[in-house]
Ligand binder design. Sequence first.
Ligand code: UT7
Length: 330
Amino acid sequence: MTDESPGKLRSVVVGLGSYLPKRIVSNADLEKSLDTTDAWIVQRTGIRQRHIAASDEPTSQLGLNAAKAALADAGLSAADLDLVIVATSTPDYTFPSVATQIQAGLGMTHGAAFDVQAVCSGFVFALATADKFLLSGSHKRALVIGAETFSRLLDWTDRTTCVLFGDGAAAVVLEAQQGEGTAQDRGVLTSHLRSDGRHREKLYVDGGPSTTRTVGHLRMAGREVFRHAVGMVADVVNEAFAATGTTASELDWFVPHQANRRIIDASAEKLGIAPEKIVVTVDMHGNTSAASIPLALAVARDDGRIKRGDLVMIEAMGGGFTWASALIRW
Ligand code: UT7
């Protein structure tokens, strides 16, 4: 690469780390207090267990643990960062942001930190936001974190929602590096973000500071969400293929948002993605909203599946509705 060559900046993943709370709640545990069964939960969702944060363990703590792991993985320190973006819908407080608390926890007093709220699509929205900062040249290294404590939003008497979610956090460090401008470059190759606020009633929390002045509980018309999910996901993934001139057969890994095994499998089938390329963690983590994709990336990277140079498609759909995809060369 010479100074005269066109090239293109790329946001390359140089670190990845995750954190799950210690307490594991199995489906059998839920059977004790709810009119539900392990068989129903596994058959309808694929979920077998979820991690639940301790009462003194807020979202920022989960996120800080994941952030430290990602920085250690990158061989970097907070001094090397200039941007921290946290995707969350379960902040410790209405304000300040979780991102500023993690920034402080890292001992970082420079740069900028803020939260992005796009519910289950939050990590892809945050990654795309960081990517655009890095590509503009204004920032060099970003920490992008998905961190959630959805257990705090659940109505634990509502079997149609409380069996589905879990807590956790994971983070990536993105670094602006010079690429060639082709799909062979390492880094975020493209991202596609969508939203449509008409669907608010299908998936929402029935409380908030400017309405009820309470935190509220998660409410979902599950079947309605399911009905929209597969088509929306397929649309944004196909946009990512079209934008990069790549195809499903060139993908090494499909790392979808982990809400329901049936949604994941139906999306992959619609997109022509081979079953052996799908990374599934919903069985172990449940739906951790904005944390689910980076948690799945961490599992598949740590067990040796995702390797440098692999082509990885991430996608999500969630409350709003919001939906999004990003194609990453690892
Ligand atoms: O991450 C954000 C995006 N969110 C999602 O992607 C979630 C999308 N939706 C889903 O994953 C599924 O719709 C659910 C897993 C929530 C539900 O699965 P479903 O196959 O759509 O079931 P359903 O809602 O149609 O309910 C079927 C039956 C109902 O009983 P009736 O009316 O047929 O008698 C429910 O009351 O299953 C019953 N049911 C349960 N039974 C045992 C609902 N929850 C439970 C439960 N245990 N936990």
